[in-house]
Design a protein around this ligand. Structure first.
Ligand SMILES: Cc1ncc(COP(=O)(O)O)c(C=O)c1O
Length: 355
């Protein structure tokens, strides 16, 4: 087994820009755990990473912006849905690093597209926002037309004599200008941080539960478990695609991390746990169960979850723990952020919240 110091040492050769407030706190959700009568549930507050309202992208962007700086790029170009947390934190990270952010934001029928929440914050950072109508048929992970939408932006930058850095959605898969799994490195380090914290409190997490989409967060944590704590199961609750689809992404990114940082470890299919039962009607589509979970966690613990990611992931954790499945021993829920999206979903939240 590798030591946490050794993982930190191996990652120290990669460029980083300091963006996140670390370590983030870990808290025991005692009221919720007691109500559930199941395992002790702790929450790792990555909604408190500090970069423009926090969230998981701050840790990823430390490495990705490090690479942008190393490659001497002038701009970072990326894409995602209109209410993307990723794009909001790219806008903030680019501002900190003195780079321009160009965001291709996909408007899909049925999802909030008002100048509110994350989009409002993109505007405050004066990111170069390109809104693009996208069909509703494709989900969050379908890349079909993206090359077509991004290519003109890259050509524009080139024509203007600027070097553009193309970053993949969520900063997860090794694609575009990103020559390594830099986003997932942020979550390998997060696992190191988590393990150091929980060991200091006298326990090792048996299960870590999180919302999974572009899969870099789950992959980084899983690489951490492989290197440092094989007794820890990393459980992804899909908010974006089928279990198979997400598992393939987790597999590829985790292996890429292990290839860079490990000593020849390989990912087995048994290591990859993804539940897609809590996705509801699809990415970004809010349902009553998710609003109930947001209300429950707010009321019992004073913690805000979000409508797109953590609300669904916590619904999964509560259901699985309630059924006595998966969640044995000490459980850690990773709060990956996303709370600015509460605002553009105000109508559905108000209609669903039990008052
Ligand atoms: C709030 C929040 N939680 C979870 C995720 C999922 O992280 P990943 O894309 O690394 O799977 C994202 C980003 O997509 C997010 O914005």
């Amino acid at each position: 087994m590798m030591s946490t110091e050794e993982v930190r040492r191996r990652l120290s050769k990669y460029s980083r820009v300091e963006l996140a407030h670390l370590p983030t706190p870990i808290e025991h959700l005692s009221t919720l755990s007691n109500q559930l009568g199941g395992p002790p549930i702790h929450i790792k507050r990555d909604d408190q990473t500090g970069l423009a309202f926090g969230g998981n992208k701050a840790r990823k962007l430390e490495f990705i912006m490090g690479d942008v700086v190393e490659q001497e790029a002038d701009s970072i170009v990326t894409w995602a849905g209109v209410q993307s947390n990723w794009c909001r934190q790219v806008a903030a990270g680019a501002a900190r690093a003195g780079k321009k952010a160009i965001l291709v934001l996909l408007k899909r029928p049925g999802l909030p597209a008002s100048e509110d929440g994350n989009l409002l914050i993109d505007r405050v950072f004066q990111a170069d926002v390109r809104l693009q109508e996208a069909s509703g048929e494709k989900g969050f992970l379908e890349y079909d037309n993206v090359a077509e939408w991004v290519a003109p932006v890259l050509r524009e930058e080139e024509a203007a004599g600027r070097k553009a850095y193309l970053a993949p959605i969520g900063g997860s898969i090794v694609e575009g200008s990103m020559g390594g799994p830099f986003g997932a490195f942020g979550y390998l380090l997060a696992f190191v941080e988590l393990l150091d914290q929980t060991r200091a409190q006298g326990f090792t997490p048996q299960t870590v539960v999180l919302a999974t989409g572009s899969a870099g967060t789950q992959a980084g944590l899983l690489a951490g478990a492989k290197l440092l704590s094989p007794e820890t199961r990393v459980v992804g609750i899909s908010v974006a695609g089928s279990g198979d689809e997400i598992s393939r992404l987790v597999d590829g990114i985790t292996q890429a991390v292990l290839d860079e940082v490990g000593d020849g470890e390989t990912v087995d299919s048994d290591d990859i746990v993804v539940f897609d039962e809590y996705l509801g009607e699809g990415y970004g589509i809010l349902n009553q169960q998710t609003v109930d979970t947001i209300g429950l966690v707010a009321r019992t613990e004073g913690v805000l979850l979000d409508p797109v990611y953590t609300g669904k992931a916590m619904t999964g954790l509560l259901d699985l723990a309630g059924k006595g499945q998966v969640c044995d021993g000490e459980v850690v829920f990773l709060h990956t952020g996303g709370t600015p999206a509460l605002f553009p979903y105000r109508d559905e939240i108000l209609a669903g919240i039990r008052r």
